[in-house]
Structures are given as structure tokens and as C-alpha cells.
Design a protein around this ligand. Structure first.
Ligand code: ZN
Length: 361
């Protein structure tokens, strides 16, 4: 491998590292810009320090991103339910709950902590749990329902995606240019010219582009912490210059939106798929807060004019299967009774009517 090839490989690895995010495992990233967004989930099988990796869009067209998050903490009468990942939710009795925000982590008790989207999100969650400790269960449930409806509001998320699109438009446009100059133009020129003075001029053009990106970023990133140092990194390092817009996208509100709030952004088909998945998981997977969460979702779907029967689909029966899991729609033979993947959800027969269970029942 020549020096030029080694340098290119190092750039590519550093660039991919810049595209990596360590997020709460149940986080849904919205990637896109303008009116076109799509979901990307974190890779839950890998978990370290309470987070899972997620890769941003690393090839052109470079996209903006916004993080959304289902409810991680839900109050039950027996304790606080922690829904960190797809595994069985943990129930921590109220006597043991002692919330303490530490950076992006929220420590709830020794051995129990969740990863939040940002420090401001962790502090907000700490205040919420502290408030719940002293309340009665009725008051906690009412507060949770109010919080849930606020996170499901479409308007704040629409405003955020529109503002991020506008703020990052020029940065992303210049990022494309720097990406193509680094990984395409310079590679072709190096093969053609080798180590010559002309090659140095081509590299100087890259630095000019990076410097322009740094100035653009500095002007856009008013109020962002470490603005000067980030701008300096953008001016000096191509991988930072290509991902300059991410610094503006990583901004998080104290109360992140629920992924279902992105109905207008992701389109009807993707939203319906997610709504079906989340409704069935919430309704049928056994949990201490299943009824409370279902009530929040039911109110939301009612406001969205989506009947619950439209979300409770029966899968197409495969040969040999007699039962299906209403939580994950996996199919089973007649001898099975519960779905282990869904923490013991009771299976249904294909010929049984898909009855709707009201959360109050
Ligand atoms: Zn299942």
C-alpha cells in the first residue's frame, strides 16, 4: 500500500467514526431533509455504557438527523418501569429510586441507569422522576399521560425538522463538495499526477473548502457549546468539515419527541408500520405499565383518527402454523402457548377474532 492509499484509508476510517452515534438503544433517528425523512434505529444487539451504535447517512446525499425516543420511564403503582431496550422492562420499587443525572446518563439506583439523548434530557428526566416519587399513583399516571401527549405532538417536531433543514442546507451542500473532492477528485488526481506540485495545489483547494465551511459553521452555530473549537476542527480536518452540519442536528430538546410524532415526515406507510409495531408491543407484551401506555397510545390514535382494529393485523397463515403472537406476529405450531421473544405473550389461534382490549378493562 502506498503512502497515498494509507492516507486515504485513514481518512475513510476517521470519517466513518464521525458518522457513528452512541444512542439510547430504543432511539429512532430521523434522517433526511425538507419533507423527506426516514427512520433508522440503533443496533440494539451491541450495547455498551447503556447505549447502542447507529450510523448516520455517510454517503451523498448527506442528510440531516433528528433523534426521537419512545418513553423510557413509565410510573407503575409497584415502582418505576425502566424501558431501556427491547428486553424485558425492569421494575424498580419506588423506595429504591434515587434519580441522579450524570452527563448523558440518569442513575436511578445502584446498578440501574439509562442513557439519555443529551445532558439536558437527562436532567429533565431526573426532575420528572423526582416529582413522581412523592405523588400518588393516580397523580403519576395523570402526569405521565400529559407528558406522553406532549411528546406525541406533531407541531414541535415539524418545527424542529424544518429549522434543521434550513440551518444545515448550505453546510450540507459544501459537505458534498468536500466529500467528492476528498474521496473522488484527489484520488483520481493522485493516480494521474503522483507526488507533484500540482497535487499540492489540489490539496490546497481542499483546505480552502474546509476553511469556508468553518466560517459558515461559525456563523450558523450561534450559542452552540465549544463553537470556536468545533470550527477550528472543521477548518483543519476533512472528516469534521464533511460532518459540520451534524453539530447543529445533535442539538436536543429537554423532552424529545416520540417517533410516532413524525407522521408527516416519514409518510403514511412507514408511520402505519411503526404504529402497528409499537401498539402491539405495548398492548400485548406483559408489563406493569402496559395499560397506562396503551391508554396514552389509544388517545393519540383516536386523535389521529386511526381505529385500533386497523393496527391489530392477523398475519397470513403459513402451512403448519396454528397460532400467532399478537405482539410480534410470529407464527407457532399448535403445541406452543406463549411467545418467549415477547416475554411470554399469550398466543392466539388464527380463527379467533382479533378482539380489541380497551386499556381500562
Ligand atoms: Zn412475540
Amino acid at each position: 500500500m502506498t503512502d497515498g492509499q494509507s492516507l486515504l484509508l485513514i481518512f475513510a476510517v476517521l470519517y466513518l467514526l464521525e458518522c457513528l452515534r452512541w444512542l439510547p438503544p430504543r432511539c429512532f433517528l430521523l434522517l433526511g431533509s425538507g419533507d423527506h425523512w426516514h427512520f433508522r434505529t440503533a443496533f440494539q444487539p451491541v450495547q455498551l455504557a447503556g447505549g447502542s451504535p447507529a450510523l448516520l447517512a455517510f454517503l451523498p446525499p448527506l442528510q440531516a438527523h433528528v433523534a426521537t425516543l419512545p418513553w423510557l420511564l413509565v410510573p407503575a403503582s409497584a415502582g418505576l418501569e425502566i424501558r431501556q431496550d427491547r428486553l424485558r422492562p425492569l421494575l424498580l420499587s419506588w423506595e429504591k429510586v434515587q434519580p441522579r443525572a450524570d452527563g448523558r446518563s440518569l442513575h436511578l439506583a445502584p446498578g440501574y441507569r439509562i442513557r439519555c439523548l443529551s445532558e439536558v434530557h437527562a436532567r429533565h428526566a431526573q426532575e420528572q422522576v423526582t416529582c413522581w416519587i412523592s405523588l400518588t399513583q393516580e397523580a403519576r399516571a395523570a402526569d405521565f399521560l400529559q407528558h406522553a401527549q406532549a411528546t406525541l405532538e406533531a407541531a414541535p417536531l415539524l418545527e424542529l425538522t424544518a429549522s434543521i433543514t434550513a440551518q444545515t442546507r448550505q453546510l450540507r451542500w459544501l459537505s458534498h463538495l468536500i466529500f467528492i473532492w476528498t474521496f473522488v477528485v484527489l484520488v483520481i488526481l493522485y493516480r494521474w499526477l503522483g507526488d507533484t506540485v500540482e497535487m499540492l495545489w489540489a490539496t490546497a483547494v481542499l483546505f480552502m473548502l474546509q476553511f469556508t465551511q468553518a466560517i459558515l459553521f461559525f456563523r450558523r452555530a450561534q450559542g452552540l457549546p465549544y463553537r470556536f473549537w468545533k470550527a477550528l476542527a472543521i477548518a483543519l480536518l476533512p472528516q469534521h468539515a464533511m460532518r459540520a452540519a451534524d453539530h447543529l442536528c445533535d442539538f436536543n430538546t429537554p423532552c424529545p419527541s416520540h417517533p410516532l410524532a413524525a407522521r408527516a415526515q416519514v409518510g403514511e406507510a412507514a408511520w402505519k408500520k411503526l404504529a402497528t409495531e409499537l401498539w402491539n408491543q405495548t398492548r400485548y407484551q406483559p408489563s406493569a405499565t402496559s395499560n397506562l401506555q396503551s391508554l396514552a397510545l389509544e388517545r393519540y390514535f383516536m386523535a389521529q383518527e386511526v381505529p385500533l382494529t386497523a393496527l391489530e393485523t392477523v398475519p397470513l397463515q403459513q402451512p403448519g402454523s396454528a397460532l400467532y403472537c399478537p405482539g410480534c406476529l410470529a407464527q407457532f405450531q399448535a403445541t406452543a402457548s406463549h411467545c418467549q421473544d415477547c416475554h411470554g405473550t399469550e398466543l392466539r389461534a388464527f380463527n379467533a377474532p382479533a378482539c380489541t382490549v380497551t386499556p381500562d378493562s
